[in-house]
Design a protein around this ligand. Structure first.
Ligand code: C5P
Length: 299
């Protein structure tokens, strides 16, 4: 008899992203604070006797083994030597692709956690996080904690206690940005600015959103704004509408503004001049806000 699991996978924003140096392996050493927000893709996993299949409602998203969700299922199959178990993955995308919101990474993490349950693999979250790192730098975050400090290439995580909920207005300019292009065009400064991580951590722990907003920083922003000036226009608009802080998320293309009042966030969202897709989200404080108990309570 086939079994089904249905659940959601969230988006993330980077509240800060500092690039430290380029590594020998081509990746960049960085420090980032990642925070899950309440924009979700929908995943359905249905057990099959054999094979890995993916269906996606959004045209343009690959449904073959190049999709990170399929890669996650394949990696789990190989690692746990369960080639005799299969899955049909149905994916409904709400998180835009190439947006710096980690949508694909969240999907892959969801497949790992869901299949762990569906295939009765009994793997710990720590083991899943190690597998997740093989899939991409952001994937381990989505199996670890709603808020975390990421170092290394972003895959080494320290769990941060969630701060009280605040609103994150996401503005998507309508075009994707390829992460490798951003890193390739990065001009690393020799004189480094002062490290803001400890200050940000302090404001997070105090749930001081106004001070947090004043400290948002992303080293990838200048190269992206130079190539896509519309990003600066969105930043200026968000600032003018009263956001406490405004930043490009990850390598873009989404710009977000933070608010400590849902009504102010809604008014800003409605008032933005521009044809951009936008949505008011709020920060996620616990996995239980989006994962069903049967996955959550496993291991
Ligand atoms: O790990 P992920 O697949 O998300 O990385 C995509 C690309 O982004 C890498 O191929 C690399 O070009 C760049 N990257 C980087 N340093 C990081 C993370 C990503 O240079 N820490």
């Amino acid at each position: 008899m086939s079994m089904k699991l249905k659940f959601r996978t969230p988006a993330k924003v980077n509240l800060t992203l500092n690039i430290l140096r380029k590594r020998e392996d081509g990746f960049h050493e960085l420090e980032t604070i990642l925070q899950m927000v309440s924009l979700y893709d929908e995943l359905e996993l249905e057990s099959l006797p054999l094979g890995i299949e993916l269906e996606c409602d959004t045209p343009g998203i690959p449904t073959d083994e190049t999709n990170l969700a399929c890669k996650a299922a394949l990696l789990l199959q190989e690692t746990c030597r369960v080639e005799d178990r299969g899955v049909r993955i149905r994916l409904k995308k709400n998180i835009p692709f190439g947006a710096g919101l980690g949508g694909g990474s969240g999907n892959a993490a969801g497949v790992l956690m869901g299949l762990n349950r569906l295939w009765n693999l009994n793997m710990s979250r720590e083991k899943l996080a190690i597998l997740a790192a093989e899939l991409g730098s952001d994937v381990p975050f989505f199996v670890t904690s709603p808020c975390a400090l990421g170092v290394g290439r972003g895959e080494q995580l320290e769990v941060l206690a969630p701060c009280s909920k605040f609103q994150v207005l996401l503005v998507f300019p309508g075009f994707p940005i390829a992460t490798p292009w951003v890193y390739q065009n990065l001009k690393l400064k020799l004189t480094k600015r002062e490290n803001n991580i400890s200050i940000l951590r302090k404001f997070l722990s105090l749930s001081d959103i106004a001070s947090l907003g004043s400290q948002l920083h992303n080293d990838l922003e200048p190269v992206v704004i130079q190539r896509f000036p519309e990003i600066q226009i969105i930043k200026d608009e968000l600032q003018a509408r009263g956001a406490l802080g405004v930043l490009l998320s990850g390598s873009g293309s989404t710009v977000f503004g933070i608010f400590n009042d849902p009504e102010k966030a809604r008014v800003a969202c409605a008032g933005l001049n521009g044809e951009w897709e936008r949505v008011v989200t709020e920060t996620i404080g616990s996995f239980s806000e989006f994962l069903p108990g049967e996955i959550l309570n496993y291991q």
